[in-house]
Ligand binder design. Structure first.
Ligand code: GAL
Length: 672
């Protein structure tokens, strides 16, 4: 298994390299990722390449049996390149061009930049093609999107021409007759930039979610999001093609978990494997155990395959301020949680805390003074344990009976029109993932293209943009005995982001056996009481008033003018069932409802009892079954289970229950 670190040899004197490599080896490391920001060192002057220093560091690493992942440096085009081609800088929605001084200062649509990126990737690939110590490539670093320059406008127009063929077709799909926005030619089509009724000064910035002004035509906005995402995929693929001309080594990109500006399912298609960067607790936020678990599951879901963690926090992280210092045991805990959810390689960010630059405060495994202390010791302990466990996590399979569907198109559509200012699609997905986890049900998280037939329960919260194909897929699945869960804000729009003519809930009406009489967006703190089988709670953002056409009621409203009407229903359809949740539910209520749903759907919990903050995953490795439990609480917790297990790290048998220390980990092999 690969276990290692992100290393920046260009930031340290050569005299130190050997010491670093030896310390890495002593911690059990066998891989480094290098070079992803080092363009100015690789090509100090236009056309003059210097890869000798990289050859040297690769050799130093090889001495210690440490392999190398090489990153292409296109996230940081150097100053000479930008001075020569200032057109590459991205433009914001107010038309202001951004400047030099940080990173990602490029527009991925810019044809000159595409050419220059291709060239540097090609030069690297050519130079390193015979180096046996390189094991993989990473393209760029953490792709982002968003630019409003003239190349983007042209690119968008071409993208639309390809999609719609005729301008009449585009007008029809977007409904441009509204407010006289009809276009006569693709060349007239705008980017959704700053506009008269802009959406910020008119109160369009919802929920603190930044993005394009929302008052543009929703069809245009959605297509712009799709175009931006496709443009990055194209940008990436230019480099992939270039590298593949020289080598058959696997190629990856380091994704960002829940980040949703880019369609990761599209991005992943041309990559050999997915990797991602996990920062559980930084200046930018702190993830709960389920948020982290879900991010790992989504990363596994991109290709339905195990992934790498290419960067994992190894100390306090931030730029001007930094987040919490990982407590003793937390780096180990997060590492095993990642491995449990499908990581099969772990690299930490970064080796040593930098002495200069924006990221002086993104602390590494070893401190500014080059000394490894508590965090180094903890990582060395993990390295040792992983040797003991052998190749356990490589090629392991995660076995789940439930799947949660994420759609980037739906994320963008909901952001364009959330209906209620408290609504956030990603948060809703997280709430459903959490409700499963609270019932000890781990889930796959993936896109709508997944084969439903291997799951007992499919959850499609707020799947609002729909097509006939997706409806047929759902119908077939349920008819044959599957359980499908859908929620409010589902099935009522077509794929163009326009409203469907169908009676709500639109594409799901027959399947769910219901009709919506109306819906109610809850504003200014108004709440509506809901009562279910064994729970009561308050809806706080959105209530749909349901009329049953064959479905049975699982929960009803208890206040406001629709008191007594159905809020949650279930419909028998063919051999299966469709659950419809017509409003937002508080976490405990959702957990209670989910308990009922998973039981009826015959989805089996991993543990029979566990506290919040316990994460459990079931895996099959060779022909054995394992469960991996991580305790994210800073106190010991008791868990209960039905079977008997052998504790691989503790080397003892467990029957029925176990007490796990604060931040503790158990890797358990099922005994038949
Ligand atoms: C990641 C990024 C790294 C570094 C790290 C810490 O998002 O890929 O280069 O910036 O965050 O801030």
């Amino acid at each position: 298994m690969f276990f290692g670190v992100d290393y920046y040899p260009e930031q340290w004197p050569k005299a130190r390299w050997d010491t670093d490599a030896k310390m890495m080896r002593a911690a059990g490391m066998n891989v480094v990722r290098i070079a992803e920001f080092a363009w100015s060192r690789m090509e100090p002057v236009k056309g003059q390449y210097d890869f000798t220093w990289l050859d040297e560091i690769i050799a130093v690493m090889a001495e210690q049996d440490i392999r190398v992942v090489l990153g292409t440096p296109t996230a940081t085009p150097p100053k000479w390149l930008m001075d020569e081609n200032p057109d590459i800088y991205p433009v914001d929605l107010y038309g202001i061009q951004k400047g030099f001084g940080t990173r990602r200062h490029y527009c991925s649509v810019n044809p000159v930049y595409r050419e220059l990126s291709k060239r540097i990737a090609g030069e690297m690939a050519e130079h390193f093609k015979y180096d046996k110590n390189i094991i993989a490539w990473q393209v760029d670093n953490e792709f982002d999107t968003g630019c409003y320059c003239s190349h983007c406008r042209k690119g968008f127009q071409n993208w639309l021409r390809e999609k719609y063929q005729t301008i009449e077709h585009l007008n029809e799909h977007w409904g441009t007759v509204f407010w006289s926005q009809t276009y006569q030619d693709f060349e007239q089509v705008i980017l959704p930039a700053y506009t008269a009724f802009d959406g910020f000064t008119q109160g369009g910035a919802v929920n603190g979610i930044a993005g394009a002004p929302f008052n543009h035509n929703p069809g245009l906005l959605l297509d712009y999001n799709r175009f931006k995402s496709d443009a990055v995929v194209e940008f990436q693929n230019i480099q992939i093609r270039e590298i593949r001309q020289c080598t058959s080594l696997p190629i990856t990109h380091n994704c960002m978990g829940h980040f949703s500006e880019l369609d990761y399912f599209d991005l992943g298609k041309d990559l050999d494997f997915i990797s991602w960067d996990s920062y559980p607790s930084s200046a930018w936020g702190k993830g709960t155990s389920t948020q982290l678990a879900m991010a790992h599951d989504l990363m596994r879901g991109i290709k339905g395959k195990n992934f790498w963690v290419m960067e994992h926090q190894s100390g306090p992280v931030g730029w001007q301020t930094f987040g919490d210092t990982p407590e003793p045991g937390q780096l180990r805990l997060w590492t095993y949680q990642a491995l449990a959810h499908g990581a099969e390689a772990m690299l930490y960010f970064r080796w040593r805390s930098a002495l200069y630059g924006t990221e002086q405060l993104c602390h590494g495994i070893i401190d500014h003074d080059g000394i490894g202390r508590r965090r180094y010791e903890e990582i060395a302990r993990i390295g040792k344990e992983l040797k003991q466990l052998g190749e356990l996590f490589v090629d392991s399979n995660t076995i789940n009976e439930a799947v949660l569907i994420k759609s980037y198109d739906n994320f963008w559509s909901h952001r364009i029109q959330p209906y209620n200012s408290q609504f956030d699609y990603n948060v809703l997905l997280m709430e459903y993932y959490h409700a499963l986890a609270a019932n000890q049900i781990p889930a796959d998280v993936t896109g709508i293209d997944v084969d439903f037939s291997s799951y007992r329960l499919v959850l499609m919260p707020a799947f609002n943009l729909m097509t006939d194909e997706i409806r047929s897929k759902c119908e077939k699945y349920v008819k044959e005995g599957g359980s499908l869960l859908i929620t409010f804000k589902s099935g009522t729009k077509n794929w163009d982001n326009g409203m469907s003519e169908r009676t709500k809930p639109g594409y799901f009406r027959e399947l769910a056996g219901i009709e919506l009489e109306e819906y109610d967006s809850l504003n200014y703190g108004r709440k509506v009481r809901v009562r279910g089988l064994d729970y009561e709670c308050l809806a706080r953002s959105f209530c749909e008033v349901i009329q049953c056409n064959g479905a049975s009621v699982l929960a009803s409203y208890e206040s406001h003018y629709y008191a007594g009407k159905a809020a949650v229903t279930v419909n028998q359809y063919g051999k299966g069932r469709v659950y419809y949740v017509g409003c937002d539910l508080e976490p405990d209520a959702l957990t209670a409802l989910m308990k009922h749903i998973v039981k009826e759907s015959r989805v089996t919990p991993i543990l029979t009892a566990a506290a919040e903050g316990i994460d459990a995953v079931r895996k099959s490795i060779s022909d054995k079954t394992y469960i991996i439990i991580t305790n994210h609480n800073n106190r010991e917790e008791r868990v209960e289970f039905e079977k008997s297990y052998y504790d691989l790290l503790g080397e003892r048998m467990l029957h029925g229950q176990e007490t796990i220390e604060a931040y503790g980990v158990r890797i358990l092999e099922e005994i038949l």
